[in-house]
Design a protein around this ligand. Structure first.
Ligand SMILES: O=C(O)C(=O)C[C@]1(C(=O)O)C=C[C@@H](O)C=C1
Length: 287
């Protein structure tokens, strides 16, 4: 059976790099007699790669969730809530080293820089120091940003050295992210529940029944009282009214642990809509 792995494209994105790592990890952990084969499928946006699994065009999607400098990837958070029934299988942490790619012979000749908004944000201090007067133009991905560089020598793109190599493009500066330990966490998502026993994290999101004092505190105190650690809390607008929010939690416990079953039971009393995105473990990608 051929399984499609959706990711943000065109080829050469960081998402493809994470998907490629996952594919190799899958091959190494598959039953030797397994008839499964895998194919990487690029999509124009993160939302489209998640939609592809919901629509059964692909079985798995690898999507960025959070960056150590810039924080959450909102398109992933919003799509997961909207699609509702997708499940996280695994988390991958990819080190991110950005390069400036351009046909310009010096930084002084650059007038415009293209990249994914996350990449532009991760390099904002470097840009204001070395390219203070350039126009910054967002693109759907760091590799979409590479299109047209050859025709216009006053433009540059922020992408990876792997992408520069793939498209045979010149690198003008390396390691331009503002913090050297820059890394992005990706989620491997599918339609099916994850069943391994050794999951370290659970992610969920919820809305509260009313915008009243203590509504969020009641939910958080369920975990505090049971001694369950949270590793992330984020809010996103519900998009219905100004000032109304959804809350996303990453929790350091397996959804199948008895303590989490008790927590979730209690949580249902204090939440309006509760969506459990699944339990998973976290794999660092060593480059
Ligand atoms: O544009 C890419 O190459 C992506 O894979 C997207 C993305 C992101 O959305 O965060 C992934 C990793 C980096 O943080 C920068 C961009």
């Amino acid at each position: 059976m051929n399984q499609k792995i959706a990711h943000l494209g065109p080829p050469g994105t960081y998402a493809e790099q994470a998907a490629f790592f996952y594919l190799n990890w899958l091959k190494a952990h598959s039953d030797i007699n397994s008839q499964r084969s895998f194919e990487l499928c690029p999509y124009s946006t993160i939302a489209q790669s998640l939609q592809a699994i919901a629509d059964k065009q692909a079985e798995i999607a690898v999507v960025p969730v959070e960056n150590s400098i810039e924080g959450s990837v909102n398109m992933t958070m919003d799509s997961l809530w909207q699609l509702g029934n997708l499940k996280i299988q695994l988390a991958l942490v990819l080190p991110i080293q950005h390069t400036l790619i351009s046909y310009a012979t010096s930084l002084d000749n650059i007038k415009t820089v293209y990249s994914h908004p996350q990449a532009l944000a991760q390099c904002q201090e470097w840009i204001s120091q070395f390219l203070p007067n350039v126009n910054l133009i967002p693109r759907n991905s760091t590799t979409e940003a590479l299109q047209g560089l050859e025709e216009e020598v006053t433009t540059a793109a922020i992408s990876s050295s792997r992408a520069a190599q793939l498209y045979n493009l010149p690198i003008l500066a390396r390691g331009i992210n503002d913090y050297p330990e820059n890394c992005t966490r990706f989620w491997v998502v599918s339609r099916e529940e994850n069943h391994p026993v050794d999951c370290t994290h659970t992610s969920l999101a919820f809305s509260v029944p009313a915008n009243v004092p203590g509504a969020l505190m009641k939910v958080l105190s369920v975990f505090a009282h049971l001694g369950i650690n949270l590793s992330r809390i984020e809010s996103r607008p519900t998009k219905r009214y100004l000032g109304e929010y959804l809350f996303y939690l990453d929790i350091e416990a397996d959804v199948n642990a008895q303590i989490m079953k008790s927590a979730l039971e209690e949580l249902r009393n204090y939440t309006e809509i509760l969506k459990i995105f699944g339990s998973y473990s976290v794999l660092p990608i060593n480059l």
